[in-house]
Design a binder for this molecule. Structure first.
Ligand code: AP5
Ligand code: MG
Ligand code: ZN
Length: 215
């Protein structure tokens, strides 16, 4: 089963993808994570993407679709969870082709519906474990023991360079202009399902699980 998690910055795509990955053996394919890894590694893709990401704009369709193709070739367990991809009409077309070439289909497109006012707070409060990447939030998801990662026990955490208010506003503008227009495409194909992304994290997972059916 292959699914897309769609929604604006801070909607909870990454949070839900990692929960589904843990619960169902699916594989999270986050183009944002792949690009951040490329920036960190200083690869040619990373060098091209760094400034674009820091500005909150979109990296080129060709780069992100190539990253997704490579990951699909590496195998995607019991299914892929596309997180932050596709983000433009051209990427949506590329994904159809990438899946068709591999004899695969797209099963559900899940839109996380959120109140825009809440997103800035979610994003500026976000941090992750510097060792294992577990996600946290200053208000909504603090480590059980202050300063210690729940998952791996590490004590260092980090914040994304694009998680400041000005960049978040640009990311939202990009979402409205380029990503929201692909929603009706999937709706027309009968693939779109909407989930209340304002519910608490566990309830959002339950709503998604209900759509996916038994693992
Ligand atoms: P990307 O990394 O995809 O960022 P994004 O889309 O802006 O989304 P976020 O990762 O910020 O949010 P999320 O929905 O994953 O929320 P999260 O679960 O963390 O992309 C970054 C950049 O890379 C882009 O700007 C672009 O430059 C480039 N890029 C990436 N993909 C691209 C593509 N396909 N094409 C072109 N360029 C691309 O949740 C946020 C916070 O809220 C967390 O702290 C979490 O704990 C908390 N939270 C989550 N759910 C809830 C809840 N239900 N209640 C309360 N708090 C919650
Ligand atoms: Mg994310
Ligand atoms: Zn950790």
């Amino acid at each position: 089963m292959n699914i897309i998690l769609l929604g604006p910055p801070g909607a909870g795509k990454g949070t839900q993808a990692s929960r589904l990955e843990a619960d169902r053996g699916m594989v999270q394919l986050s183009t944002g994570d792949m690009l951040r890894a490329a920036v960190k590694a200083g690869s040619p893709v990373g060098l091209q993407a760094k400034a674009v990401m820091e500005a909150g704009e979109l990296v080129s369709d060709a780069i992100v679709s190539a990253l997704i193709g490579e990951r699909l070739d590496a195998g995607a367990g019991s299914g892929a969870i596309f997180d932050g991809y596709p983000r433009t009409a051209a990427q949506a077309e590329a994904l159809d082709l990438l899946l068709a070439e591999r004899g695969q289909t797209l099963d559900h497109v899940i839109e996380l519906e959120v109140d825009e006012d809440a997103l800035v707070e979610r994003i500026v409060g976000r941090f992750t474990c510097a060792n294992c990447g577990e996600g946290y939030h200053d208000r909504f998801k603090r480590p059980a023991v202050e300063g210690t990662c729940d998952v791996c026990g590490h004590h260092e955490f980090k914040r994304r360079p694009d998680d400041n208010e000005a960049t978040v506003r640009t990311r939202m503008t990009e979402y409205r202009a380029k990503t929201a227009p692909i929603i009706p495409i999937y709706e027309g194909r009968g693939l779109l399902r909407r989930v209340d992304g304002m519910a608490d994290i566990r309830h959002v997972t339950e709503s998604i699980e209900a759509i996916l059916g038994p693992a």
